[in-house]
Design a protein around this ligand. Structure first.
Ligand code: BG6
Length: 464
């Protein structure tokens, strides 16, 4: 709702956009608007203008309904028809329901013919988690496709709505300088970190059965991997973009049961099992690190290290492209020191920008070197906060651009990568589930694990 309000404020919403909320609780239109006014005001802070909100809220409506009651869906359908009065309209169904109701909701929409497009486009937006493993994701795709064609389906991954993630595409595909270096000849490895300092809060009901692999890797981290590793599409068009992303997932080497232990780390923050709602003795990991290889010409032999966790040192999402060292060093970097090689650090959040780390001569000191950086900061170049991911994504769904949404095959391939890891963790109990204190960068074992490869994490809380 804050995203829709902000779009309205920026005059980006198509004229006469109407928003209808539905849930079991009874509300009058006015009471619903009031409730939304409060939460939207809280969320949008200074952007909230009560006069503007009232204008916007005139087009917000409410219809109570229970999914289990077929008559309620009929009532919703007639309300929508009444609002539209036979005009050809684009309709977006946005499933803000708990995931276990996706199939049923879609089936009910189908049963009432609400996906028929004879009176304008009908689209459905589905939130994550899209299934809980490959089998359930496939089943959900089948159920969705019984009612909606794939072109009508918009599976949201809010990471793709982030400006800094989209800027990765621009960095790679609108600049020629990086492309010649962006491959196994010059890149030593790539690290993708999504660290959160927050704990699970009141989300145990969901999180304890999901864990970090389902919550963060299957979707967000693999999306970042795809954007980092994909080939350039011939045009920025939904299927062409998604074809290239899918090829990355197809090329990711699957970790079979014999390789999970050495290529993954899993851990849980100390005190997790005392969080309200967490099962006694829960083995749910809140941190994981995974090493993946992409078997294609561009990336053969280049490890991609992915890690994510709750209760970590700080909130930071960053992609580090670590280049190889110069083949021969003519400068003496100091006793026993090998100068660090170049790296490109893409700060996704909360710092927003890009840094190229490079060696520089320390003035007045013979030929001593120090790592410095060339930097780009969004806030220095473009004043004002970046828009929220949902603004972009909801507008794209409204205008029918699915480039930044996950396609059915993409979601299934992602589960195909994650499933064997989850299965091995659970069935073989390897690797061990380590513990880490909140406020650390995960367990020490995750450090030792990457050190064994002669590499290191970039543990920094960047303030650009
Ligand atoms: C959600 C996860 O998808 O992403 C949360 O369910 C996580 O557990 C959140 O905190 C992170 O999103 P962001 O945009 O804050 O990085």
């Amino acid at each position: 709702m804050p995203a829709l309000y902000r779009l309205y404020r920026k005059k980006r919403l198509p004229p006469a956009t109407r928003i209808v909320g539905s849930s079991r609780t009874a509300f009058s239109h006015e009471a619903f608007r009031q409730k939304l006014a409060e939460s939207t005001a809280k969320f949008t802070g200074n952007d909230f203008d009560p006069t503007l909100w009232n204008e916007f809220a005139k087009n917000v409506f409410y219809q109570a309904g229970d999914l289990d009651q077929p008559n309620d869906m009929a009532a919703l359908a007639s309300m929508l028809d009444e609002l539209e009065q036979g005009a050809s309209t684009t309709r977006i169904y946005y499933l803000a329901t708990a995931p276990q109701f996706y199939e049923e909701t879609v089936a009910r929409l189908g049963a009432r013919g609400m996906a028929d497009q004879h009176n304008g486009p009908r689209r459905i937006v589905i939130e994550k988690p899209f299934g809980t493993d490959l089998a359930t994701a496939r089943k959900l795709n089948v159920a969705v496709h019984e009612v909606f064609a794939e072109s009508q389906v918009y599976r949201i991954d809010h990471y793709l709505g982030k400006e800094t993630v989209q800027n990765m595409l621009v960095l790679r595909f609108a600049n020629a300088v990086f492309e010649p270096l962006w491959n196994r000849n010059y890149v030593d490895h790539v690290k993708i970190t999504v660290a959160e300092d927050g704990k699970i809060g009141r989300r145990a009901g969901y999180y304890d059965s999901a864990g970090v692999m389902r919550d963060m890797f299957q979707n967000h981290l693999l999306q970042l991997l795809m954007i980092s590793a994909m080939e350039v599409p011939s045009q920025f068009e939904a299927d062409l973009v998604r074809n290239e992303k899918v090829k990355v997932l197809q090329a990711v080497r699957r970790l079979d049961v014999d390789h999970v232990a050495e290529n993954t780390v899993r851990a849980q923050y100390a005190g997790y099992t005392q969080e309200p709602g967490v099962a006694v003795g829960s083995q749910t990991p809140t941190f994981a690190a995974v090493k993946l290889f992409i078997d294609n010409w561009r990336w053969q032999g280049v490890p991609f290290y992915l890690r994510s966790g709750k209760a970590m040192n700080c909130r930071t999402t960053q992609i580090v492209v670590q280049f190889r060292s110069p083949p021969h060093m003519v400068f003496d970097a100091g006793k026993h020191r090998v100068p660090e090689a170049n790296r490109l650090v893409i700060h996704i959040q909360p710092a927003e920008g890009i840094q190229l780390h490079l060696q520089t001569k320390v003035p007045d000191a013979g030929m001593r070197l120090r790592l410095t950086d060339l930097g780009f900061r969004f806030d220095a170049e473009f004043p004002g906060a970046l828009p929220e991911a949902y603004e972009r994504l909801l507008l794209d769904a409204i205008t029918g651009d699915a480039s930044l949404f996950a396609r059915a095959d993409e979601v299934e391939l992602a589960w195909g990568i994650v499933d064997p890891i989850l299965r091995t963790w659970q069935e073989q109990g390897v690797p061990d589930l380590y513990k880490y204190e909140a406020g650390n960068w995960g367990p020490i074992e995750a450090q030792k694990w990457i050190w064994r490869d002669g590499r290191d994490w970039l543990d920094s809380c960047p303030v650009l």
